[in-house]
Design a protein around this ligand. Structure first.
Ligand SMILES: *Cc1c(COP(=O)(O)O)cnc(C)c1O
Length: 386
């Protein structure tokens, strides 16, 4: 056979569809409906025009400017954009989000989207001999990496209200003498644990058990665990530019952790590709972080539209999970998730349906602009027959 056994055993991730047959309003991949800040465009154009030579040279291997800009953004915003306060171009954290220490650039590692970052984190901290713990319904890339690196999983069912069963997760991690990963807020449910809940988990866990907290959606209303880095050395926080920083096409993700764990992930990366993200992505990412005020505005708008659409779905008789993210997870008696998805697609909008048993009744709806959500309301009314 031409291919390796390893290759034959792969089960790659299936992203939300990106059809080319017609122009849909895309509310199926949790992308941000707003463009990046004008400062990003300006910085990229300036870089390419003024320094075309730099495209012919290897980029800064340490992404120093980008890491400084990310750290600065976190310190200024508290790591939860939709609650941050803006005065002109100045941004301050909401009091409850203020990080009680200064995040420094050596606490940041960045990569080509948080998907790549996650793959190195899996390689660095989970073992093929020990099961790691994850929730049954969570980001569906985690099981893909487990397969890729041949790491066994211990999957913990969610509670009846779709929240994480933290007690059971801790018990299994203790039994397996291994760590855990979860998204906080979780996907596709949209429910978050509070920082105090995560702190309680970390207090009960042993210091040599790794905790990976994926904060892809935290800017839309969750509680960040960055402040816990002062107390726990076994915590790795993974974040992305793809959702709240309107940058899915930039492919930028990062971790916030102790400098020691940052170095460990860097060692893994340097064993695969000894260069970091490309030079243009470094420039665009830093420019985005420096205009954090803009993204505070877009995050607040997304959170407002989410609440409005939550109420709409409730009025229509849906079971809707209260969300701290840029999406809603909802179902309705009498209409199958797949039929709803198909009906909405026929109206020119894409939402997401998962065939996964246990959640097949639901649809996941990414929050778009006010105008897009108005179109979606019309489509729902048509499909549901008013
Ligand atoms: C979208 C998402 C990611 C991936 O983000 P990229 O930076 O675009 O690779 C990671 N984790 C979760 C939970 C996500 O929803």
């Amino acid at each position: 056979m031409l291919t390796s056994n390893r290759m034959n055993g792969l089960h790659p991730y299936v992203p939300g569809e990106q059809p080319k047959d017609r122009v849909y309003i895309k509310l199926n991949a949790n992308e941000n409906p707003y463009p990046p800040s004008k400062e990003v465009t300006k910085a990229v154009v300036k870089f390419v025009k003024q320094h075309p030579d730099k495209l012919g040279l290897y980029p800064d291997p340490d992404s120093n400017d980008l890491h400084a800009a990310i750290a600065d953004m976190l310190n200024k915003s508290g790591g939860v954009l939709c609650r941050a306060q803006v005065h002109g171009k100045e941004v301050a954290p909401a009091p409850e989000d203020k990080i009680p220490f200064t995040v420094t650039p050596d606490m940041i590692y960045s990569g080509n989207g948080s998907d790549e970052v996650l793959s190195f984190v899996f390689y660095a901290f989970f073992d093929s001999g020990r099961k790691f713990v994850l929730p049954e319904f969570t980001y569906s890339f985690y099981p893909v990496y487990a397969g890729f690196y041949d790491i066994p999983m211990d999957t913990v069912p969610l509670k009846d209200d779709w929240s994480l069963d933290t007690e059971e997760m801790l018990k299994r991690a203790e039994n397996n003498q291994c760590g855990m990963i979860f998204a906080n807020p979780n996907a596709p449910t949209g429910i978050g644990l509070t920082r105090d809940q995560v702190r309680e988990m970390l207090k009960k866990a042993r210091a040599d058990q790794i905790f990976i907290v994926d904060e892809a959606y935290v800017d839309f209303g969750g509680e960040s665990c960055i402040p816990l880095l002062a107390e726990f050395k076994n915590l790795v926080i993974v974040r992305t530019f793809s959702k709240s920083l309107c940058g899915a096409g930039q492919r930028l993700g990062y971790i916030v952790s102790s400098p020691e764990l940052v170095n460990i992930v860097t060692t893994v990366k340097n064993s695969v590709n000894h260069f970091p993200i490309d030079a243009v992505a470094q420039v665009s990412g830093a420019a985005a972080c420096r205009d954090v005020a803009y993204y505070v505005g877009t995050s607040k708008k997304v959170a407002e539209e989410r609440e409005a659409f939550y109420n709409f779905l409730k009025d229509k008789g849906f079971y809707v999970i209260k969300s701290q993210t840029n999406f809603l997870f909802a179902k309705k008696d009498g209409i199958a998730g797949e039929d709803l998805y198909k009906g909405i697609k026929a109206e020119g909008l894409l939402i997401r349906h998962f065939k996964t048993p246990g959640i097949e009744d639901f649809v996941r709806i990414t929050i778009g602009t006010k105008e897009q959500m108005a179109e979606l309301r019309k489509a729902f009314e048509k499909v549901l027959g008013k």
